[in-house]
Design a protein around this ligand. Sequence first.
Ligand SMILES: *[C@@H]1O[C@H](CO)[C@@H](O)[C@H](O)[C@H]1NC(C)=O
Ligand SMILES: *[C@@H]1O[C@H](CO)[C@@H](O)[C@H](O)[C@H]1NC(C)=O
Ligand SMILES: *[C@@H]1O[C@H](CO)[C@@H](O)[C@H](O)[C@H]1NC(C)=O
Ligand SMILES: *[C@@H]1O[C@H](CO)[C@@H](O)[C@H](O)[C@H]1NC(C)=O
Ligand SMILES: *[C@@H]1O[C@H](CO)[C@@H](O)[C@H](O)[C@H]1NC(C)=O
Ligand SMILES: *[C@@H]1O[C@H](CO)[C@@H](O)[C@H](O)[C@H]1NC(C)=O
Length: 597
Amino acid sequence: MISPPLLRRLLLTLLLFPLLAGAETNLNSDRAALLALRIAVGRTALQWNETNSPCTWHGVGCLHNRVVFLRLPAVGLFGEIPVGTLGNLTALRSLSLRFNNLSGGLPPDLNGAAQLRNIYLQQNRFSGDIPPVLFSLQKLIRLNLAGNGFTGGISPEFNNLSRLETLYLERNQLSGGIPDLNLPKLEQFNVSYNRLNGSVPSMLWKMPSSAFKGTSLCGGPLPQCPNGISPMTVPEAAGGGGGSKLSGGAISGIVVGSTALIVIVLILFVFLRRGSKARAREAAAMLAKRPEAVLKKPEMGKRLMFLGNVGAPEFDLEDLLRASAEVLGKGTFGTVYKAELEAGTVVVVKRLKDVIMAEEEFREKIEAVGSMNHENIVPLRAYYYSQNEKLLVYDYMPMGSISALLHGKRRSGRTSLNWETRISIALSAARGIGYIHSTSPTASHGNIRSSNIFFNKSHTACVSDNGLAALVNPSSSPILVSGYRAPEFTNFRKISQKADVYSFGVLLLELLTGKSPEEGVNLPQLVQAVLREEWSTDVLDLELLRQQNVEEMVQLLQIAVNCTVKCPDSRPSMPEVVAQIEAISSSSRDAVEVQAQ
Ligand SMILES: *[C@@H]1O[C@H](CO)[C@@H](O)[C@H](O)[C@H]1NC(C)=O
Ligand SMILES: *[C@@H]1O[C@H](CO)[C@@H](O)[C@H](O)[C@H]1NC(C)=O
Ligand SMILES: *[C@@H]1O[C@H](CO)[C@@H](O)[C@H](O)[C@H]1NC(C)=O
Ligand SMILES: *[C@@H]1O[C@H](CO)[C@@H](O)[C@H](O)[C@H]1NC(C)=O
Ligand SMILES: *[C@@H]1O[C@H](CO)[C@@H](O)[C@H](O)[C@H]1NC(C)=O
Ligand SMILES: *[C@@H]1O[C@H](CO)[C@@H](O)[C@H](O)[C@H]1NC(C)=O
C-alpha cells in the first residue's frame, strides 16, 4: 500500500486495462445475461427499457462499462435462476436479490461471476443444500442466506472463503454440527433458528450467544456442553447484550443521532456567537464602513438589487448597513458575514473579491444565477454592485454547512450523521447540481465542496455559491481546494459539468469516509488503493459501520468512484448520478419498510 505514486499508477493501469479492453462486447454480454434473467424470474417485475444502456436500468450499476452491481430487493422476482444469467455477469461485484420469491438453488455456473464480493439473498424461498458453487467465489466478503429453506449441513468448504467477514445463515433448516471454521476476518455471524446441534467451535466463541438462538448448540457463549453431546435449549436470557438489541439499538441510534445533531448544531452556534463577539463588532463596523463610503457619493442605480424569484424586498441597503453582522468565514471568493436586520430577518452577505467585471456583465451573470429556483439551491436574494464593492445577499442557513457537521470540532463520538441523513444529503446535493446543469449545457457550479452545501430549516441539503466561479477574474484564480479539484482543471475558464461531477464524487467519498479532503487527504486515491485490493468496507466511516446498510454504502462508494475517474468523458452525467442515488435511497427505504412488516 505504501508503494510510490508511479508504481501505484502502474498497478491501477494494470487493473483497469482488462476492464477497458473490449468493454463494449462485455457490456453486450452483460446485457444479454440480464435480459435472460428477466425472462426467467422477472417478466413482470422488471420494467427495463431495452433501447437504453443496461447501466441505466433499475437496480443495475456499472463501473468502467461493465455491470458491477445488481440490486433488486423486494421487487417480486419469482422462480428459479437458470444458468447463463448471473454466471455470465463476469464483472459483478455485488448481488442483492433479497426479499423476493426466488426458489430452488443457485445456478451452478455462478462461479463465472468470480468477482463477487457481496451476496444478499435473504428472505426468499431458496431450498436444498447451500449451493456448493458459493465456495468457489474466493473474493466473497459478505454472504447473507438468512430466511430461506436451505437444508443439509454447514460445509467445511466455507473455509475456502478466507475473506469472509459476514455470514448470515439464520432461519433456515440447516442440520448437524458447525464444522471447525477458520475464517480470521469473520465478524458478523448468525446461525439462529436452524436444527443445529453439537458444540460451537472455538473460533466462534467470540460471537454473542444471540447468534446461536433457537438451536441445540452448546459451549462457548452458550451453556457448557455436558459430557458427550446432548441437545439443549438456549435460554433467552443468555442472549444478554447480544444482537436481539440490535434493531432497537439502531432505532434509538437514529433518534439519538438526530437529536444529538440538533443539539450539536445549537451548541456550535451559541459557541461561535459567544466566542466572536469582538470579531462580530469588528465585522459589523467593517461591513458598515466600506459600503457607506461608497454611498457618500451615491450613483444612480447603486442600490441593493433584488432578484425576481424571492418576492417583494423586505429590506434595503440602509437596513443592511445598520444590521449587526458577524464574520462567518473567509470563502474562496471572499469574506462571508451573517447580518441580522433590525426587523429580525437574518441574511448572509458575501463580499466578493477578485471580481473585475463591468456592471452590465456582472448583472447578467447574477441574474442568471438569481433566476434559478430549486429546493436544493440556496436562494440568492439580492446583489450590490459598485466600483469598489460587490456584495451578494443570500438566505441564512441556520443549520450550518455539511463540512461543519462532518468535521466540526464539537462533534462527539456518537453517531451524529447516520446513513439516512448522509444519503439524503447526497441525493439533495445531486439534485441541486443536476438542476444547475439542466439550465444550459455549459452551466456549471465550479466549486462543489462540503462547506458549500448547507442544511436549510427543513433539514434539506442545499447547494450554495452557485455561479460565483464564473464571476472571478480567471487570471487571479483563487486557489480551489485541491482535494475537490478535477485533474483536468487549470483555471476558472475550464470549469465544466464533468468537473462538477468529479467534485461531487469527492463529496460522496467525504460523506462515506468521514475524512476531509481539505486536510490533504486525496480521497479518490485512498479509495482506489483500497478498492484495488477488494471491495471492502475498510474506508467507511466507523459511525456508518454501526448501521446495517453496508450494502447501500458500498453502492454509493461505487458511484463515487465512477464520478472521480480521471478521464472527464468517462464520468457519468449528473442526471445519471441522481437516478443511481435515487435507486439506492428508495430501496433503503423499501428494505426498512419490508423489514418492519
Ligand atoms: C425507452 O427509452 C427511450 C429513449 O429514452 C424512449 O424514447 C422510450 O419511450 C422508452 N420506452 C419506454 C417503454 O419507456
Ligand atoms: C452465457 O455465456 C455462455 C458462454 O459464454 C453463452 O453460451 C450464453 O449464450 C450466455 N448466455 C446469455 C444469456 O447470453
Ligand atoms: C410467493 O410464491 C408463492 C407460490 O406461488 C405464493 O403463494 C406467495 O404468495 C408468493 N409470495 C410473495 C410475497 O409474492
Ligand atoms: C475449496 O478449496 C479446496 C482446496 O483449495 C479446493 O480443492 C476446492 O476445489 C475448493 N472448493 C471449491 C468449490 O472451489
Ligand atoms: C445431531 O442431531 C442428529 C439428528 O437428530 C443426530 O443424529 C446427531 O447424533 C446429533 N449430533 C450431536 C452431536 O448431538
Ligand atoms: C441472529 O438472528 C436472530 C434471528 O433473526 C436474531 O434474533 C438475533 O438477534 C441475531 N443475532 C445476531 C448476533 O445477529
